[in-house]
Ligand binder design. Structure first.
Ligand code: PLP
Length: 379
C-alpha cells in the first residue's frame, strides 16, 4: 500500500494537511457529557436559516427522485435580479469553496505562482496546493489587513493568480476602495484576482468597502456564499461572478448538478427573505459591540472586525490552547488559530444573545485561573 501511495500521490500532495473545521456540537456533547453547547467556531448565522428558505426546501422534498436543473435557472434569475447581471456571468457551486476548487482545477497548474497574504482563509491555501501551485504569502499589515503594497511589489512574470479575502478571515479586517484601486493598477490583465467576499453582507454598508459589483474587471472573480449571513452553511451553496469567458471555462470543470436540488431552492428562498437578513445584521451588530467591549475590558486587544467574528490576542500558543480547552469544558466552542499561523490568537464567532451570555459567563469563570497561569493582572 505504501508503495502504491508513493507512486500514485503527486509530490505536492504528500505534505498537504487536511482542512480542520470548527469542532461539531455533537462531538463536544459526546466527549464532555454536556447538553448546553454554544458553537462559536465557524462563523455561522446564530439565527438559523430563513423561514422562506425552509419552506422552499421542504417543498422540494417530493422532487428528490429528479436531478436538479443543471443550469439552476431560478436561482440564477434571482441573483441576476439582485445584482443586475446576466446568467452567463454567474457560476454556482458546492459552497464558495467548491467554486475555489473549480478555479484551481481550471486555471492553475503545478508550478504556477499564486500570490496572497499570510493569516487568511486556510481552505484556499489547501486548494491551491492541491493542484501543485506555489503559494507566495506576504505578511499582513501591522493592523492585520491585506497589504496591497506588498502584494503589488511581489507580482512577477510567474504570478498566475492573486487571492484576497475581503473581509479577511480570521482577522475580520478589509481593504478599502482606495487600496483595491491601487492594487489593480499593478495587476497585469492575464493575472486572475480572486476576491473572496464570504462576509460581504456584513461589510457592504461600510463607506470605503469596495463592493466588487461596482467594478467590471475582466480578470476579477468575486466569490460569495449562502453559508454566512444567509444562514445556510449546511446546504453548501456559493456563487461567483466574473466575465462570461472565465465563467464558461470554469463551467467545463464544474460538476453538472451542483448545487443540488435542495441547495438551489434554499438559496433562492434565502435571497428573497430580506427581513431575515436584516435581523441577522442587527443581531450581529449588537453582539459585536458587547463582545468587543467585553474583550477590551479584559485586556485581550480584540481586532476591529466588520464581520460576524472577532479575533483576540492571548499572547501565546499555550494560552490559546488553554483557553480553547477550558471554554470547551464549559460547553463553549471557539477557534484557536494555530493553523492560520496566528498561534497567539483565538477567534470567537458572534452568536445569539444566549450564546454570547454563555461565552461571557464561561470566560469570567475561567479567567482567574487563566490570569494566574499566564501572568496577567486579575480585574
Ligand atoms: C473567507 C472565507 N471564504 C470562504 C469560506 C467558505 O465558505 P463556503 O461555506 O461558501 O464554502 C469561508 C468559510 O469559513 C471563509 O471564511
Amino acid at each position: 500500500m505504501e508503495k502504491l501511495a508513493r507512486t500514485l500521490v503527486p509530490e505536492y500532495l504528500k505534505d498537504l494537511k487536511v482542512y480542520q473545521a470548527g469542532k461539531p456540537i455533537d462531538e463536544v456533547a459526546r466527549e464532555k457529557g454536556l447538553t448546553k453547547i454554544s458553537k462559536l467556531a465557524s462563523n455561522e448565522n446564530p439565527l438559523g436559516p430563513s423561514p422562506y428558505a425552509i419552506k422552499e426546501m421542504t417543498g422540494g422534498l417530493w422532487d428528490l427522485h429528479r436531478y436538479p436543473d443543471m443550469h439552476a435557472f431560478q436561482l440564477k434569475k434571482s441573483l441576476c435580479g439582485l445584482y443586475s447581471l446576466e446568467p452567463g456571468n454567474i457560476i454556482l457551486g458546492n459552497g464558495s469553496e467548491g467554486i475555489m476548487a473549480y478555479i484551481a482545477r481550471a486555471f492553475l497548474q503545478p508550478g504556477d505562482e499564486v500570490l496572497t497574504c499570510e493569516n487568511t482563509f486556510i481552505g484556499f491555501y489547501i486548494l491551491a496546493r492541491s493542484v501543485g501551485a506555489n503559494l507566495k504569502k506576504v505578511p499582513l499589515t501591522s493592523d492585520y489587513r491585506f497589504d496591497v503594497e506588498a502584494l503589488a511589489k511581489s507580482i512577477t512574470s510567474k504570478t498566475k493568480a492573486i487571492y484576497i479575502a475581503n473581509p479577511n478571515n480570521p482577522t475580520g479586517t478589509y481593504i478599502t476602495k482606495k487600496e483595491f484601486d491601487y492594487l489593480m493598477e499593478y495587476v497585469p490583465d492575464h493575472v486572475i484576482v480572486l476576491l473572496d467576499e464570504a462576509y460581504f453582507e456584513f461589510a457592504k454598508d461600510c463607506d470605503d468597502y469596495p463592493d466588487s459589483m461596482d467594478y467590471r474587471y475582466d480578470n476579477v472573480i468575486t466569490l460569495r456564499t449562502f453559508s454566512k449571513a444567509y444562514g445556510l452553511s449546511g446546504i453548501r451553496v456559493g456563487y461567483g461572478f466574473a466575465h462570461d469567458e472565465l465563467i464558461s471555462n470554469l463551467s467545463k470543470v464544474k460538476l453538472p448538478f451542483e448545487p443540488n436540488l435542495i441547495g438551489q431552492l434554499g438559496a433562492k428562498g434565502a435571497l428573497n427573505d430580506t427581513p431575515h437578513l436584516s435581523r441577522t445584521l442587527k443581531n450581529n451588530k449588537k453582539r459585536y459591540n458587547e463582545t468587543f467591549d467585553f474583550l477590551t475590558k479584559h485586556d485581550f486587544n480584540p481586532i476591529k472586525s466588520i464581520t460576524n467574528f472577532i479575533t483576540y490576542k492571548t499572547g501565546s500558543l499555550e494560552a490559546s490552547e488553554w483557553m480553547f480547552e477550558n471554554l470547551l469544558n464549559e460547553g463553549v466552542i471557539i477557534r484557536p488559530l494555530k493553523a492560520n499561523e496566528m498561534p497567539e490568537y483565538v477567534r470567537v464567532s458572534l452568536g445569539n444573545k444566549e450564546e454570547m451570555q454563555h461565552y461571557f459567563e464561561a470566560m469570567v469563570k475561567i479567567l482567574p485561573k487563566y490570569n494566574d497561569l499566564f501572568g496577567r493582572p486579575t480585574k
